[in-house]
Design a protein around this ligand. Sequence first.
Ligand code: HEC
Length: 209
Amino acid sequence: MRHVPYLLGIAWLAVVSSLSATYAAEDDKRIDHGRYLVKIGGCNECHTEGYARTFGKIPESEWMIGREWGEMGPWGTTFPVNVRLLVAEINEDGWVARIRHNTTRPPMPWYNLRDMTDSDLRAMYLFLRSLGPAGKAAPAYLHPGEETKFPHVQFPADAPRPPRTEVSPRPGLQPAHTCDTEAYSSPPSCIRESVQSRTTALSSQAKRS
Ligand code: HEC
């Protein structure tokens, strides 16, 4: 009988370790799913230097650390941010809230991320966190007309206009323009206006030719 507590202890340990193995396996699955989403979601195209040029042959250790060449258009000049430094600063709920409510400047396809399910966004966060922080912050955003010393691609002048209002600054980043006062069930009016003015410009161009 004196072995009973000892045996109970061993049984308890076995239960605890099998439970933690189950949780770890579950986390691994979510991380794998996050990796898959980042990969097929096109995130590396912009946030990982050399990814497009090498047809995706960049090791995971270099993924999502931003890049030093930007895109200049009517919105100013933007640089794909270092997402690994960003996720190191915020928790999972903060990530989901941020993706749901913030808009960023072009050409970041924020609306694709916004429309992902919660569980997909959380899996993406877990994967990005699992990579660990690396690299340095991307160059800061520049307003329209500001010169940049960094290489950049120039967009045509009739590219989509920036949204109208600004949100308060977020950790480690400059404030982004946003239409966040609007409901997202339909495109924000500033985006609708921009699409409308583009369509009008294109149709009057078509009439001329
Ligand atoms: C076409 C290029 C492009 C693609 C593709 C792209 N991004 Fe971005 N991303 C950017 C740029 C540029 C910025 C900075 C925008 C700004 O300064 O407002 C940005 C900003 C971000 C931010 C910061 C948002 C914030 O709240 O501050 C996150 C997070 C992000 N991208 C994640 C992703 C993920 C995840 C994907 C894949 C689903 C992705 N991006 C695809 C260009 C891109």
